[in-house]
Structure formats: structure tokens, C-alpha cells
Ligand binder design. Structure first.
Ligand code: A2P
Length: 295
């Protein structure tokens, strides 16, 4: 059935440095800190997600970490079976700030090491005049934390081709991941190919179009054809695009539903139709241009 070589939430792909990354991550963007983040991450771990994606900017690292640590206490899995990602805040670019930010995230999450640390945005408003130097400084701090074993893999998020090329001019350790928006109508195939040519894994955030996909008649029809839900079709499509989807939900049933995507495969015509969906019509916002961000 599966031609991607993945059969469950714990199936992994290999990053450039050999570290295994579980093929679907649990997204926590827009998940409020406190009980909601705690309960949803715990529900995700209980139903088999092994890859959790957060960020300092999401403001929920403390609750996410508490759920991870409480789940570890049950003895159901070892820390080495989990894959935990967080991201550098836009205010914290540059060598020294990044060094501190990594320590701060480790402390908030209550972890000894991170599996993946990403620069969240390449060109924050605070560093617009010297963004490339700021990224180079951040990257150096990340390389050092990587060398010390505080981070098992390092990467980027929302980086376009020009930002990646610029970073690679000074990087000693190449980036292993780029996390970008990938959802129906937003396939970003050129950027995905660019990353793959550089042996970077591509993670896709907002695989459900932050909820907009549920308004799509195209997706409803395709879901009916396969006897699956629209959410499952979206997650499956992202996988078949070669991405690692990061579906977000705060509801235990939907969290489980979004992971049941290993028993069907979308035909090529359906994949094409999904790629061509008019996302704007569904109220889904495009991948932001990092050079025009106001944050
Ligand atoms: P909720 O968190 O209440 O489940 P994305 O992953 O693209 O960011 O989309 C997240 C949005 O989609 C959230 O509003 C989430 O709401 C909703 N969502 C997640 N999974 C499902 C699902 N299986 N069915 C319907 N809505 C879902």
C-alpha cells in the first residue's frame, strides 16, 4: 500500500547526519499555553506521535515540556524514541542571544537536549539591516550546541532559496531541515526541490491550511472517494509531496484521526488536483514572504 516506506507514526526518515526523524510531527502553533497545550501534547504522545514541534514564539514550551516529561514518567517510551523540536525567537538572532535562547528553551521544556533546533524566520524586522550576519552568528551558536550534544540536528524555517544560499556561505555544519508552509494549494515545489537538492528534509506546517481546507469541495470529494476525512487526505497529500507534515489539533479524537494515514495512497491525479486548489478562496493565507514580515 505504502510506497513511501513509512507505516506508522514512529516510522522515520534519515536526516543528513543520520538522525531519524518521525515522518509526522505534532504541531503546536496556536495552541494556548497551560492546560490546553499540556493535554493535547499528552494526547498526541498517548496515541503514538513521537515527534512534537514547538517554538519559543508559540509561548507554550513550558506546558509542552511538562506533557513530554509526564509521558516519559509512564515508562511507555524512552527519551531517545521522542523527537522534540523548538525554534529560535525572532528577537534572539546573533551568536550570544542564540546561545542563551537554546539554554532557555532547554530549561522551559525541562529537557537535557533537543532533537532539532530551527531558526524560525530568516529576516526578522529587528535584524532587517544585518539579517545575514545575524543568521551566521545564530548558526555558529547552534553548531556549537550541536557539537556539545545539546541539539541532535539543526535547521531552518521559512527560509527561501536566497536565505539558504547566504547561510551556506559561512555554515560549517549544513542545515538538515527547512520547515515551510505546505498545504493544499501551497505545494512550494520549487523550494522543496531546492531543499532536497541540498539534502535537507522538508517539514510542512499548517497541513490543514489552519482549518481552511475543510471548506474545499475538491477535498470533500476526494475524501469521499477514499473513505477518509478531509484532514486525513491533507496529511497524506503532504507526505506524498515528500514533506513531514505537522498537523495541529487540541482535540484527542482529531489528533488520532490525523495520524490514521498509513492505510491508503492518493492517486497522482488527486495529488495534482490538491496542489492546484485555490487556497485564497478557502481563506488560507499564503506562505509569508520573510523579507516582508513585520515581526
Ligand atoms: P482543533 O485544534 O480544534 O482540532 P493546521 O494543522 O493546518 O494548523 O490546522 C489546524 C486547524 O485545523 C485547527 O483549527 C484545528 O482545530 C483543526 N483541525 C485539526 N484536525 C482536524 C480534524 N481532523 N478535523 C477538523 N478540524 C481539524
Amino acid at each position: 500500500m505504502d510506497n513511501l516506506g513509512i507505516t506508522s507514526l514512529s516510522s522515520t526518515y534519515k536526516l543528513l547526519n543520520g538522525v531519524g526523524i518521525p515522518c509526522i510531527g505534532f504541531g503546536t502553533w496556536q495552541t494556548p499555553d497551560g492546560n490546553v497545550a499540556y493535554e493535547s501534547v499528552l494526547a498526541a504522545l498517548k496515541c503514538g506521535y513521537r515527534h512534537i514541534d514547538t517554538a519559543t514564539a508559540y509561548g507554550n514550551e513550558e506546558s509542552v515540556g511538562r506533557a513530554i516529561n509526564d509521558f516519559l514518567k509512564t515508562g511507555e517510551v524512552k527519551r531517545s524514541e521522542l523527537f522534540i523540536t523548538t525554534k529560535l525567537h525572532n528577537r534572539d538572532h546573533g551568536y550570544e542571544a542564540t546561545e542563551k535562547a537554546i539554554e532557555n528553551s532547554l530549561s522551559l521544556l525541562g529537557l537535557d537536549y533537543l532533537d532539532l533546533y530551527l531558526i524560525h524566520w530568516p529576516n526578522p524586522i529587528f535584524f532587517r539591516e544585518n539579517w545575514a550576519e545575524a543568521n551566521a552568528g545564530s548558526w555558529k551558536a547552534m553548531e556549537e550546541a550541536y557539537a556539545k550534544g545539546k541539539i541532535r540536528a539543526i535547521g531552518l524555517s521559512n527560509f527561501f532559496e536566497r536565505h539558504i544560499d547566504r547561510l551556506m556561505e559561512t555554515a560549517e555544519v549544513p542545515p538538515m531541515v527547512n520547515q515551510i508552509k505546505i498545504c493544499p494549494g501551497i505545494a512550494q515545489t520549487d523550494l522543496v526541490e531546492f531543499c532536497k537538492a541540498r539534502k535537507m528534509a522538508v517539514e510542512g506546517y499548517s497541513p490543514l491550511g489552519t482549518g481552511g481546507t475543510f471548506r474545499s469541495e475538491v477535498l470533500k470529494k476526494i475524501a469521499q472517494k477514499y473513505g477518509k476525512t478531509v484532514a486525513q487526505v491533507c496529511v497524506r497529500w503532504s507526505l506524498q509531496q515528500g514533506a513531514i507534515p505537522l498537523p495541529k489539533s487540541v482535540n484527542a479524537e482529531r489528533i488520532a484521526q490525523n495520524s490514521q494515514v498509513f492505510d491508503f495512497s492518493l492517486d497522482i491525479e488527486d495529488c495534482q488536483a490538491i496542489a492546484e486548489i485555490n487556497y485564497a478562496e478557502l481563506g488560507i493565507s499564503p506562505q509569508r514572504n520573510p523579507d516582508e514580515n513585520t515581526f
